[in-house]
Design a protein around this ligand. Structure first.
Ligand code: 13P
Length: 251
């Protein structure tokens, strides 16, 4: 039996000021303090990382960022390095979210550089993959995912991949209220796990956590989490409210 501990992660996207973020995190910490069945992580915007860390430090809620830049430092106006993230208390970082690919020119190649930079810095990368509605309709889901993981993980050794988390987020399910069915999610998660087994090892495939993201809510999380290859959730909208997100963490 796999011993994967589920990860319930909240991606706050471009929401919440410093005070709003602190208040939500502070409330969440109280609500999930007895949650043991899953790890809980929240990824506020960069500006709120340090204040949110003040609320979650020493608790069972981990801190994640939503992006990084792979260079250690330098003249890269507007970018944030891994050591800057580490200095705020971050342990996780979301990489290659479809919104970054869609609006900010993120490519599989840049995702690859970012995943490697995260691993090198000891941050847990949560690498996002997923197909568009058109790609699914054209029966290209698996070829799209194959390319995303192949390039995204290129050059990453078995040892490097030890902490990797993959998040499957079908683009058509993000912010739309249209969740993938549990069967659709399971099918893709199985595919991704088999990809890891083929390209890395059976042990890593067994240990790696594959999260589902896309309109996860308290009323659909249980069915998704019951799938054998769904090891957690990456939650957008429903993570912004501490009560709602805590219900998801208690799936
Ligand atoms: P929603 O939960 O709002 O659909 O967002 C999913 C997502 O993009 C998480 O990264």
């Amino acid at each position: 039996m796999p011993t994967r501990k589920p990860l319930i992660a909240g991606n706050w996207k471009m929401y919440k000021t410093v005070s709003e973020a602190f208040e939500t995190a502070d409330k969440l910490v109280q609500l999930v303090k007895d949650v043991d069945q899953a790890e809980v992580m929240i990824a506020p915007p960069f500006t709120a990382l340090a204040p949110v860390f003040a609320a979650v430090q020493g608790t069972n809620v981990a801190l994640g960022a939503q992006n990084l830049y792979w260079e250690a430092e330098g003249a890269y106006t507007g970018e944030i390095s891994t050591s800057m993230l580490r200095s705020t208390g971050c342990t996780h970082v979301i990489i290659g979210h479809s919104e970054r690919r869609q609006y900010f020119g993120e490519t599989d190649e840049s995702v690859n550089k970012k995943v490697k930079a995260a691993v090198a810095a000891g941050l847990i990368p949560v690498m996002c993959v997923g197909e568009s509605e058109q790609e699914r309709d054209d029966n290209k889901t698996f070829s799209v995912l194959d390319k995303q993981v192949k390039i995204g993980l290129e050059g990453l050794s078995l040892e490097d991949a030890a902490t990797l988390v993959i998040a499957y987020e079908p683009i058509w399910a993000i912010g739309t209220g249209k969740t993938a069915t549990k069967e659709q999610a399971q099918e893709v998660h199985r595919y991704l796990r088999e990809w890891i087994e083929k390209n890395y090892s059976a042990d890593l495939a067994d240990a790696i956590r594959i999260l589902y993201g896309g309109s996860v809510k308290p009323d659909n999380v249980t069915a998704l989490m019951a799938q054998p290859d769904v090891d957690g959730a990456l939650v957008g909208g429903a993570s912004l409210d501490a009560d709602t997100f805590s219900q998801i963490a208690k799936f």
